[in-house]
Design a protein around this ligand. Structure first.
Ligand code: FAD
Length: 334
């Protein structure tokens, strides 16, 4: 494999509900830095149906080129169809790096592509850099339960691939009117060749604020005692218009669904205010919330590790403190 044949940094552009997913814009920001260091171009790969118009956003957020596969066969995400398009594009243009958002689609697609290409994939990267001269991607992520940061290299194969968590990288400011090269691509794929059929899309409707988009997150841990005690977390969140988060132990106990889990194996959140209530402060939880603007911890154990990672700490019983907070916030917020 001659590495000289491989040039360019690519970002898989995820289209969701007629818009580019925020994580893809963040990756264009990160990808721009890598591409500039390598003095190469930054490209996006956009796959879907009626998605060509979204290329404009990719250009405005840093892409030089966008490869588009726009066909009814790509109306819904399916591993098989998207993987075939991306593989064909990769084999034709040979990028040196491909970045994907660590979303359910990005993770699925990246791992499928990695099984077909003779190359590796670093999952859930939180830090990216590149060696200017060798082009070696330095993809760092927490390892060994979050106790160390490991930098993972793909020395022998190209392209180098990584998935990156949402909200970790920063999108560039939008440069209105910035354009680039749009390259329309297609693959000879018929619906009858595809084994997976989408029969129905069931959307979960919820009144609740999304945890990774909320300005305030109120998270509860095992210290809330049980599902009934955990209702206090919901009540406080309701008063503040906040999203509800949880530790993994709470999710494993079945008090709340997994998409509320904050941490290494859950969601990374960066709200303006994060409440950690009855949460001990294990490193795997901390890595998912440590970049929040203001962290407020409530724990009855003054020695709890969470007090090392918060701006304000309240030592006391959550069952006494939360009702007082609800009362005061209700008064203050009307
Ligand atoms: P506990 O550790 O049991 O802590 C409960 C806390 O509540 C204690 O500090 C206690 O003092 C306090 N408390 C008890 N009663 C009260 C009260 N009445 N008022 C106030 N405080 C009270 N964890 C995550 O959260 N997210 C992850 O993504 C995650 N990923 C992991 C990945 C791996 C590979 C591993 C090994 C672990 C992972 N964990 C994760 C688990 C993590 O190590 C901890 O076990 C977990 O975070 C602990 O949850 P907790 O703080 O709710 O429970």
């Amino acid at each position: 494999m001659s590495f000289d044949d491989y040039r360019g940094v690519w970002v898989f552009i995820e289209a969701k509900d007629g818009a580019v997913a925020p994580v893809s814009l963040e990756l264009l920001g990160a990808g721009r830095t890598l591409a500039d260091k390598r003095k190469t171009e930054l490209a996006g790969v956009l796959i879907g149906h009626r998605v060509t118009g979204l290329a404009a956003a990719a250009f405005e957020y840093g892409a030089d080129t966008v490869y588009v596969y726009d066909d009814p066969i790509f109306t819904h995400y399916r591993t098989e169809t998207f993987m075939k398009a991306l593989l064909a594009c990769t084999q034709k243009y040979k990028p040196e790096i491909i970045l994907y958002g660590a979303t359910s689609t990005g993770k699925d697609l990246a791992s499928a592509v990695a099984t077909d290409l003779p190359t590796g994939l670093t999952a859930d990267t939180t830090l990216l850099d590149v060696e200017e001269d060798t082009g070696l991607l330095l993809a760092s992520r927490p390892a060994f339960g979050g106790n160390i940061m490991a930098t993972i290299l793909c020395k022998k194969y190209r392209p180098q691939m990584a998935t990156v968590r949402p909200k970790v990288m920063k999108a560039l400011p939008r440069e209105e009117g910035r354009t680039g090269k749009l390259i329309e691509e297609s693959i000879p794929l018929q619906e009858e060749d595809v084994r997976t059929k989408v029969l129905e899309i069931v959307r979960r409707t919820t009144q609740q604020v999304r945890i990774d988009e909320a300005d305030i997150v109120v998270s509860g841990g095992k210290g809330m005692g049980g599902p009934e005690g955990f209702q206090l977390i919901h009540r406080l969140a309701g008063v503040l218009g906040a999203a509800v988060g949880a530790s993994r132990d709470v999710v494993e106990a079945g008090w709340i669904e997994h998409h509320h889990q904050v941490g290494q194996t859950g969601v990374t959140v960066t709200p303006k205010i994060y409440f950690a209530i009855g949460i001990s402060g294990a490193i795997q939880h901390i890595v998912g919330m440590q970049n929040s603007g203001l962290i407020i911890a409530i724990n009855k154990d003054p020695e709890a590790a969470i007090f090392q990672s918060c701006h304000y700490g309240i030592v006391g019983d959550a069952f006494e403190i939360i009702p007082l907070l609800i009362e005061q916030f209700t008064k203050a917020l009307g």
